[in-house]
Design a protein around this ligand. Structure first.
Ligand code: PLP
Length: 894
């Protein structure tokens, strides 16, 4: 029934129309006045900006000065900034079209963007005038920015990587579109109640989103369920497939502008939102069931309702599959309709578009693109169809590229075949066909190697047949990339070894991740930015205040300051400023007083066993017990001569005189909703904090805070204020990490295992400037052999036993709740090797303390991190990708 509402073309047409050739319908003659007004850009001076803001308040919000809330001023400001970017965006898109430049389409189900206001102003270079305009209207930029909610359409590193990448793509003037989903509810908001994580829906669109532009005209139909049939084409003799019936949901585009830095180019992020294909289901309405009709509309719009909470959660599997297909189909239809309108022939598609798959979530792009090229789309604006299989597959394989983000085999995405059969029957056929042809090739190369064929198949056999999305993504892509050297090595040697042997060494490549220095240095750390700029100038580097973050390699020159005591002292001052700001934030969010004189030790990232927040908190417990013991003993000693309170003060003073470094241990991060152990670890951290922060013997020397609701905006405060950053994953388990890069760029020293990109950070900033510790990837494999065979030979470190005993004694309360955690370590079923690395971890923390006292030596290590981490700019990463995509900059004249 619904299928018939869409015109299903079945012509053998293969030539796209000539662009601008025949214009359809009622074209109106252009108006010179319209054209003139259209090209005049809004001015960027203070007075015009003020007028724009007030005009918006008056005419769009219908408010006056008296009844306009600060949020209204934010809306007005954001809208006026957006309008200034729109002008550049129009010109950029026109230029891309005129030059027929190749475009990369970055497909990601997550974009962890954070706030846009500061970033946009920074990019278009109008921070000064806007600040002045707001000031004259008696507001401050900081106050306005605080009104913006984070755009948190992602879980963690993978989504933030996508956000850093689209910033770099725009900055490098590369033609690019980010494609994703416009979830009504992004990452949940985490609150801490009585020390436990409590999740709240994050309704980021509640008060509207001034940045986005709704594009109703860009609407594509997406089909689910239904059935397939085929006939034979009488002229070609080839089968012609039809997928009909089922349910059709529309995808509507919402664009967010992505301005580049030091370029006039503005790209966009296009997010899809689900809209019922007919306002009300006519069947149900005709039968008089109005409520059922409304319900069916609501159900189909559910697709883009909520971000799937990643990290092993099992909830809403089917909805997630729907999201993946919805997203991929809308994005590909958008790409193909653009290509068709530009007159690009099917065989030339790879010359004009590259499609990057951020993990396997968009891997369905491979069978979907095959379907669109062979069967054709359901709408007239896409004329590609009727391609022969091998021709189509060659196009797909030239266009698609796949990024892998995990080395954990259990984290590779798989879907039950029965689910596909029901929801995406045509795609299942296509996947079977891809698999059939692929396995024939494997058989040819490795005759009779049945095990190999079974491992490489796109379908896993077993109780339940499943589709291996990673295998699909590899077979259908031009290249596969890992995200750090160690990660890519692991892919080549184990996870994807069969594919490496089949395709040769060129297919799996490495592009080590990066982060954007605009957001993570220039905006997040103004004091450091000033330091960098001033010193580069003194060192004779010709680079403006805007330029150095896009020419980050210049920072290498700063290493020359390593013998300048004055410069090192200034760097300590810079850190102190950021720590003061962070201390204020801690006071606001956690109501804990911390002094910026303490050593700020932070671990901020998703809470996960492999990231080992447990190792960190166990060390904190040991530290607590040891300080407590010393103060109590000394107090007992002194109180022979004085009253107890004076004795305690004397004991504390003695400890201070002995140069014990006071430390503030900060944690932040969300646990996946269904991840019970991670939630227990959060409770352990908050419980230890509750006791320690109120212990008058210890609290001068140790504070523990858990900042709720970790997101991009809090990360922007935390990284600049970190003296050390904990990057302590079990070696071989973190693909790359990007928190390590943010810390290092901001002069935070890493306490790190040899894992992910931390290894490469060590190569660049110097081994001596990172506190490396613990078992290497190969050693971990050995350690685990022992654990698995149940022959635990290692004895637990006595200090670890003390910490476990303290937890089990109920010192921090909730001992029953923490029992599974302590039991795991005691019993040796410690997959993440916390016990194995424990002694090494305590030793390295002693080294941290010892070095912290030598302020100048510490500052020297900070300087080397700031100076030599330029390699981890996402600009460098994107340049490497661009070479693979064969993409060249198309820069708009300034
Ligand atoms: C950088 C970042 C991450 C990734 O951190 P890792 O340490 O690499 O796990 C996650 N969330 C946010 C908000 C970030 O800014």
């Amino acid at each position: 029934m619904l299928g018939k509402q869409l015109k299903y073309l079945k012509s053998g047409q293969k030539k796209p129309p000539i662009p601008g050739g025949k214009s359809k319908g009622h074209a109106r003659p252009p108006s010179p006045a319209f054209t003139h007004l259209m090209v005049s850009a809004p001015r960027g001076d203070k007075d015009t900006i003020m007028a724009d803001i007030v005009s918006y308040v008056k005419f769009s919000l219908g408010r006056t000065q008296k009844d306009c809330a600060v949020f209204g001023i934010f809306q007005a400001t954001a809208t006026s900034i957006r309008n200034r970017m729109l002008d550049r965006w129009n010109k950029t898109q026109k230029k891309y079209e005129e030059t027929r430049a190749k475009t990369v389409c970055y497909l990601s189900l997550e974009f962890l963007m954070g706030r846009a206001l500061t970033n946009s102003l920074y990019s278009i270079g109008l921070t000064g005038p806007y600040g002045a305009a707001l000031k004259e209207l008696s507001f401050s930029l900081e106050e306005i920015q605080a009104e913006e909610s984070d755009m948190a359409l992602g879980n963690g590193g993978l989504g933030r990587l996508a956000a850093c990448f689209i910033d770099s793509l725009a900055t490098l003037s590369l033609p690019a579109v980010g494609y994703g989903l416009r979830y009504n509810f992004g990452m949940f908001e985490q609150t801490i109640m009585e020390g436990f994580q409590v999740e709240k829906p994050e309704n980021w669109l509640r008060r509207g989103n001034p940045w986005e532009i709704e594009r109703f005209k860009l609407t594509y139909p997406i089909r689910f369920y239904g059935h397939t049939s085929h006939k034979t084409d009488p002229t070609t003799g080839r089968p012609v497939f039809d997928w009909e019936g089922g349910e059709v949901v529309n995808a509507v585009a919402y664009d967010t502008l992505i301005p580049g830095s030091c370029t006039a180019n503005v790209n966009h992020l296009r997010l899809w939102s689900a809209r019922a294909s007919s306002e009300l289901s006519l069947d149900a309405h005709a039968s008089g069931d109005y409520l059922a009709a409304v319900k069916s509309k609501a159900l189909s719009e559910n697709i883009t309702y909520v971000l799937y909470p990643g990290d092993q959660s099992e909830e809403g599997k089917r909805l997630r599959l729907k999201q993946e297909y919805f997203f991929v189909s809308a994005s590909l239809q958008d790409i193909l309709s653009k290509a068709w309108s530009q007159g690009i022939e099917a065989k030339d598609l790879p010359k004009h578009f590259a499609i990057q798959l951020n993990d396997t979530h968009p891997a369905m792009a491979i069978p979907e693109l095959m379907r669109l090229l062979i069967d054709g789309a359901d709408i007239e604006t896409i004329g590609y169809r009727g391609l022969e299989w091998t021709e189509a597959f060659e196009i797909v394989r030239k266009m698609c590229f796949y990024t892998n983000h995990t080395v954990l085999p259990e984290a590779l995405e798989e879907w039950p075949v029965y689910m596909f059969k029901m929801m995406l029957p045509r795609h299942l056929q296509i996947i079977y066909e891809i698999n059939h042809r692929f396995l024939e090739e494997v058989e040819k190369k490795f005759p009779g190697d049945v095990d190999r064929i079974r491992r490489m198949s796109l379908i896993s056999e077993g109780d339940q047949q499943r589709i291996r999305m990673a295998n699909l993504a590899i077979v259908g892509s031009n290249k596969v990339n890992g995200v750090a050297r160690i990660h890519t090595d692991i892919l080549k040697a184990s996870l994807f070894r069969d594919f490496e042997e089949f395709y040769g060494t060129e297919k799996i490549v490495n592009f080590t991740n990066g982060v954007t220095p605009r957001r993570w240095i220039a905006q997040a750390n103004p004091a450091l930015s000033e330091f960098i700029y001033r010193h580069l100038e003194q060192l004779g580097v010709v680079c403006s205040q805007e330029e150095w973050p896009v020419q980050l390699h210049h920072l290498a020159k700063l290493a020359e300051l390593s013998q300048s005591r004055a410069a090192l002292e200034q760097l300590l001052e810079v850190k102190y400023v950021a720590k003061t700001r962070l201390a204020e934030f801690i006071k606001e969010t956690c109501d804990v007083d911390v002094s910026p004189d303490m050593l700020f030790d932070t671990q901020v990232k998703r809470i996960h066993e492999y990231k080992r927040q447990l190792l960190n908190i166990l060390h904190v417990i040991v530290r607590f017990l040891s300080i407590k013991r010393i103060v109590v003993e000394a107090t007992a000693e002194y109180s022979k001569k004085m009253d107890v309170e004076s004795a305690r003060q004397a004991a504390i003073k003695e400890l201070k005189d002995a140069n014990v470094v006071p430390r503030m241990c900060l944690f932040a991060g969300k646990a996946a909703i269904g991840y019970d152990r991670a939630k227990r670890i959060i409770k352990l951290i908050t419980s230890v904090g509750e006791l320690v922060n109120h212990d008058r013997d210890v609290s001068d020397f140790l504070k523990i805070v858990f900042i709720p609701n970790y997101n991009v905006s809090s990360a922007e405060l935390i990284f600049p204020g970190s003296d050390i950053s904990e990057q302590i994953s079990t070696a071989g388990m973190e693909a790359a990490g990007t928190g390590n890069m943010k810390a290092s760029m901001n002069g935070g020293l890493l306490v790190a295992t040899r894992d992910g990109a931390s290894i490469e950070i060590g190569d660049h900033v110097g081994e001596d400037n990172v506190f490396f510790f613990g078992a290497s990837k190969t050693e971990i494999i050995e350690v685990r052999k022992g654990y698995q065979s149940g022959t635990l030979t290692e004895e637990l470190d006595p200090r670890l036993i003390d910490a476990l005993d303290a937890i089990d004694s109920g010192m921090f309360g909730c001992q029953e709740y923490f029992k599974p955690i302590t039991d795991t370590i005691r019993s040796g079923k410690d997959w993440f090797c916390v016990a194995h690395d424990f002694a090494a971890y305590l030793d390295i923390q002693d080294e941290v303390d010892a070095l912290y006292i030598d302020r100048i030596e510490w500052a020297r290590k900070m300087l080397m991190n700031v100076s030599k981490s330029y390699h981890f700019s996402s600009d460098r990463t994107i340049k490497e990708y661009a070479e693979m995509w064969d993409l060249v900059p198309v820069k708009l004249a300034p």
